[in-house]
Design a protein. Structure first.
Length: 72
């Protein structure tokens, strides 16, 4: 999709998942604007509790040209 010119610019995406380990500090997500986040688990830290959300998020938002570029 990237090679066809699709960049995801101007697109908002919501990801609801188990956790987003380090998604707030991973350099490949540097161009991503995290508009908001919320933990639905009392006393949970979504950036340290699980990595499944990070894996799902990376398929959409990662930006590491030549290695992985997300679809959104």
């Amino acid at each position: 999709m990237v090679l066809s010119g699709f960049t995801g610019k101007g697109i908002n995406v919501a990801v609801i998942d188990a956790g987003f380990t380090n998604a707030d500090v991973i350099p490949q997500f540097g161009d991503v604007n995290l508009a908001g986040f919320r933990s639905f688990v009392p006393e949970g830290d979504i950036f340290a509790s699980s990595d499944h959300g990070t894996k799902v998020f990376s398929t959409m938002a990662a930006n590491l040209p030549g290695v992985m570029v997300g679809s959104a």
